[in-house]
Design a protein around this ligand. Structure first.
Ligand SMILES: Cc1ncc(COP(=O)(O)O)c(C=O)c1O
Length: 402
């Protein structure tokens, strides 16, 4: 008898992620790492202190499955304060182990095998995996780069309409968007909401970058758009807003029937999430407006620093409206694709970036091969050193390939 395969069919198509490959290469070549999307600086002292105090105070056993009351209250207050979004903390909130768990819980709770899920490309990679885990079929719609007629990343409305059909159960939105930096406008959200209403589809709105938005762009909580209110599960987390990605505190906000569906999955995925960090995140969400303004100012400065550095090296870089990523056009360098460019960058130039074609389905992968993704959630010295290395090597590379 031939041995059974070790891997389930469910995971067989997943290799190791591109992040592992490029992190290992970055380490080996002592490259400046602008690949991975986590800050190389720490979160606020007050929030760290609140976690320490919670541990000292004995808040160390299982939290309630739906999340600690103090955190659910703080999530509701934060929603009202920033978006005028009224949320009942007892029936509309569940706390999860990061947004990543929340995304899987939403798919498990709302989507059946054989259903279709509409998702924009490039996508955050856990969407695709979570869609696969529940046996649903992704229907991809590519976001298009700015051009003569569009000042920001945009989508073709006919392409979105064509992706919807009788089996569409869910639309996954991500605003502000990783990795394009697109912030969806009210008009776009209304268009998508009307389509979802027409097809009775629900919406997962991933808003983890909600506090990293650059004026004049303005983050709109999708669930506050009337046509989306009853059908949207908002997903967010503490990682990006508080520079504490390792804490893995996330949450969903949804009308009670949708919250109930997600909670049914969550209770058997992780059941509950680290108790002391929940208490600390409640303190974080209750920080004064100045904290959030300073975070935006900090990232505005970092965005300018990296944009200037990339452009000085000759790259065409698109200014993001939100998130902490920049996509740069690498098509002028003569490489076969973005993976080849990023391999060269990390091994020969000493800068790690991520090839975004891995965030597309097979049909549209070529669209991502024109770009490289650079993260600017890094300290000034790191951003400056990356810019210096790029400036030293890229112009000659472009000239040689011409
Ligand atoms: C768009 C998007 N959603 C979700 C996540 C994951 O968030 P968390 O760390 O809270 O699981 C990330 C992290 O990079 C992200 O970029």
């Amino acid at each position: 008898m031939s041995p059974r395969p070790v891997l389930s069919q469910r995971v067989a198509r997943f290799g190791t992620t591109v992040f592992s490959e490029f992190s290992a290469l970055a380490l080996k070549h002592q490259a400046v790492n602008l690949g991975q999307g986590f800050p190389d600086f720490d979160g606020p002292d007050d929030v760290k202190l609140a976690a320490w105090e919670a541990i000292q105070d004995g808040i160390n056993q299982y939290a309630p499955g739906v999340g600690a009351k103090v955190l659910r209250d703080a999530i509701a207050e934060h929603s009202e304060r920033f978006y005028g979004h009224r949320v009942d903390p007892d029936t509309m909130v569940s706390v999860t182990s990061g947004a990543t768990e929340a995304i899987l819980d939403v798919l498990l709770g709302l989507v059946d095998p054989g259903d279709e899920v509409v998702v924009f490309e490039p996508f955050y990679d856990s969407y695709d995996a979570s869609i696969a885990f529940v046996g649903a079929t992704p229907r991809y719609v590519p976001l298009r780069p700015p051009d003569a007629e569009h000042t920001a990343w945009w989508f073709d409305r006919d392409e979105v309409k064509a992706a919807f059909g009788p089996r569409t159960r869910l639309l996954i939105l991500n605003t502000p968007h990783n990795p394009t930096g697109k912030v969806f406008t009210l008009e776009e959200l209304e268009f998508l909401g009307n389509l979802c209403a027409e097809h009775d589809a629900k919406v997962l709105s991933d808003e983890v970058y909600e506090h990293i938005v650059f004026a004049p762009a303005r983050h709109i909580r999708a669930a506050t758009v009337p046509v989306l209110a009853d059908r949207t599960v908002t997903v967010s987390s503490a990682g990006k807003s508080f520079s504490l990605t390792g804490w893995k505190i996330g949450w969903i906000i949804a009308p009670p029937p949708l919250r109930d569906a997600v909670q049914r999955a969550h209770q058997f995925v992780t059941f509950a999430t680290a108790s002391p960090f929940q208490v600390a995140m409640a303190a974080g969400l209750r920080m004064p407006d100045e904290y959030f303004q300073e975070l935006t100012a900090l990232y505005t400065e970092k965005r300018e620093r990296l944009l200037t550095g990339l452009r000085a090296a000759g790259l065409t870089a698109f200014a993001p409206e939100g998130s902490y990523f920049i996509l740069a056009d690498i098509s002028g360098y003569g490489f076969e694709d973005d993976v080849a460019f990023c391999r060269h960058l990390v091994t020969q130039v000493g800068v790690a970036a991520i090839p975004p074609s891995v965030f597309y389905g097979p049909e549209h992968r070529h669209l991502g091969q024109r770009f490289a993704r650079f993260a600017f959630c890094k300290t000034e010295g790191v951003l400056d050193e990356a810019a210096r290395r790029l400036r030293a090597k890229l112009p000659a590379l472009a000239a040689a390939k011409r």
